[in-house]
Design a protein around this ligand. Structure first.
Ligand code: ADP
Ligand code: MG
Length: 566
């Protein structure tokens, strides 16, 4: 039937919409950026679909975005003739939020009573289409999926339910119509029916969009003549990545970043590069300023889009970036690839592999430069993405040295400041051969462990590794700068000078004789629990501690294996 059906938003979607309706985000203008960004994505997808499927019945002659205003009705429409949506897609993607981390975000928002903090959270999350509800009290969407004959009309006031109905005469693509809230300067609600407001917002946020963004403007006629109207393109459409670095200003980079990443916050750093020679490409990559909520979720959105000569080919191109750099966002435009290339073939393509190696080197080199020259930025990056970067130490042997250079770890040297390995080595004591580390759940647990006593007493610095991934990389890497990374909880530790050793040996010999009976008795009594009971030089205040063999697994790993059922 053609009757409108009323459906409910998914719980998370409903909560997020409430926040938009009641506008916790102060920069309302960005709603237009979000709608244009979606329209642009839809045009990219349509062009790609028509190239892949020559039989698809679509019109690709004049792909564009149109902004239409009705000043009397106070409506603003953003229309595209892109891929469109089927009815099911509308219900799926507009009625629910598939983004992982949504529940987590909403929990944090509920807990935070500070308006500034809430804004920041929403900004980091980015709300996409729902941003329309910051400026509109009713939103209508009419869409027809490319290749399908019937369309769908969707409407909602953002209050828990929406309606969907079939429409027969929808043009290909999507039109989103906003019934605008009253202008309210105090609340940053500008007049979004005013030509100059729209022009300015498009210029500021969407200038680089590769499709024309058009608007019909009206100009007063000369000397009593009727006003004239003309269609103007509001954006310059220049592919940012193809422009020379010195001709792009920071604001342009930032807005482009927001389009490709769906993030509302500025990036931390821009990496713009070009490869010439046998395989030409341009890459415009970004290091974000905060981790997405889904950084450690397998369904998390990954970062790099692939274009071939300005034509969008795919999102999340995993062939271009190793998993541990999944937080890097941006675009790679490769000139010599087939437009029909599949993900599987890409993974094996030799030239893509070469590009990937260069991108990885450049990104890691950028992080190294930040560390040397912009410590504040480096610190943010490491706090947000250090755990992911450390995964690289496990399997990216080619870049291990660079990764070890950019690594930061907590240390007993300074409670507030983490150290790098070079710093540790620089502070090593005369005669100290190894780099000492301890793993554990937290700094406090490690610092209170009996293993630390001898090291503290002797004044040796110990690296404090509390991230689950630490345990794995530290084993895999083994040495730094020719020095063994040695766990203070494993095997024999030797902290003394030759002289101290001779003295201690004499003392131990004396004690061995003195305690021989006790040790034999303890060894027998604990035979089922331990391999051996021996006198130790590790402890200064605790009476005893349990030590693993050099090749034993650590308690944390043991726990992990047990949990996995081994
Ligand atoms: P995002 O763009 O980050 O995916 P949005 O909330 O902006 O999130 O949009 C949600 C989804 O709705 C998009 O991923 C897309 O599938 C669909 N969508 C939104 N606008 C359009 C449009 N103009 N044409 C086709 N699909 C759209
Ligand atoms: Mg979007």
């Amino acid at each position: 039937s053609n009757r409108a059906e009323t459906l409910e938003f998914q719980a998370e979607a409903r909560q997020l919409l409430q926040l938009m309706v009641h506008s916790i985000y102060s920069n309302k203008d960005v709603f237009l950026r979000e709608l244009i960004s979606n329209a642009s994505d839809a045009l990219d997808k349509l062009r790609l679909a028509s190239m892949v499927d020559k039989d698809l019945d679509v019109d690709t002659a004049d792909l564009h975005v149109a902004i239409e205003v009705d000043r009397d009705a106070r409506t603003l429409t953003v229309r595209d003739n892109g891929i469109g949506m089927s009815r099911d897609e509308v219900v799926q993607v507009i009625g629910t939020i598939a983004k992982s981390g949504t529940a987590e975000l909403l929990r944090k928002l509920r807990e935070s009573s500070d308006a500034g903090a809430s804004q920041e959270l929403i900004g980091q999350f980015g709300v996409g289409f729902y941003a329309a509800f910051m400026v509109a009290d009713r939103v209508e969407l009419v869409t027809r999926r490319a290749g399908e004959s019937g369309g769908t009309r969707w409407e909602s006031s953002g209050e828990g339910t929406y309606t969907v109905e079939a429409v027969a005469d929808a043009p290909q693509g999507t039109a989103v119509t906003l019934h605008l809230k009253p202008t309210d300067a105090e609340d940053n609600l500008h007049d979004y029916t005013a030509e100059w407001t729209i022009r300015e917002i498009v210029k500021r946020y969407s200038d680089f969009i590769a499709w024309p963004i058009r608007m019909t403007v009206s100009r007063p006629g000369a000397e009593g003549a009727e006003p004239t109207t003309e269609v103007q393109t509001l954006n310059s459409m220049k592919a940012l990545w193809a422009r020379p670095r010195d001709e792009v200003d920071e604001a342009e980079y930032h807005e482009f970043y927001k389009h490709v990443s769906h993030d509302w916050a500025d990036p931390l750093e821009v990496v713009h590069m070009r490869g010439e020679g046998t395989f030409e490409y341009e890459a415009l990559l970004f290091l974000p300023s905060h981790a997405p909520l889904d950084l450690f979720s397998p369904q998390g959105r990954r970062g790099v889009q692939l274009y071939v000569k300005r034509v969008f080919i795919m999102d999340d191109c995993e062939a271009l970036m190793p998993n541990y750099l999944r937080f890097v966002k941006g675009v790679v435009d490769a000139h010599d690839l087939s437009l029909n290339i599949s993900r599987e073939i890409l993974q094996q393509d030799r030239q893509i592999q070469v590009v990937r190696r260069r991108l990885v080197k450049k990104v890691l080199g950028t992080v190294r430069d930040l560390k040397a020259k912009q410590p504040e930025k480096y610190r943010t990056l490491w706090t947000e993405f250090g755990s992911a970067l450390k995964e690289g130490l496990i399997d990216d042997t080619e870049n291990r040295d660079t990764l070890l250079e950019i690594l930061s770890v907590a240390s007993t040297h300074d409670a507030a400041e983490p150290t790098d390995l070079a710093g540790y080595v620089g502070r090593m004591r005369d005669g100290q051969a190894d780099i000492y580390y301890a793993t554990g759940e937290s700094r406090t647990t490690i610092e209170n462990s009996p293993h630390m006593e001898a090291f503290r007493a002797k004044g040796y610095e110990v690296l404090l590794l509390t991230d689950p991934v630490d345990e794995v990389w530290v084993e895999r890497v083994g040495t730094y700068d020719g020095r063994t990374l040695r766990s203070i909880a494993k095997g024999q530790v030797d902290l003394d000078t030759e002289e101290e050793k001779a003295e201690a040996e004499a003392e131990r010999e004396r004690q061995r004789t003195e305690y021989a009976d006790l040790l034999t008795w303890l060894g027998g009594a604990l035979a089922d629990q331990v391999k051996e009971v021996r006198l130790s030089s590790r402890l200064t205040t605790s009476p005893a501690c349990v030590v693993g063999d050099a090749h034993d697994i650590t308690p944390t790993l043991e726990k992990m294996y047990r949990a996995m059922g081994h």
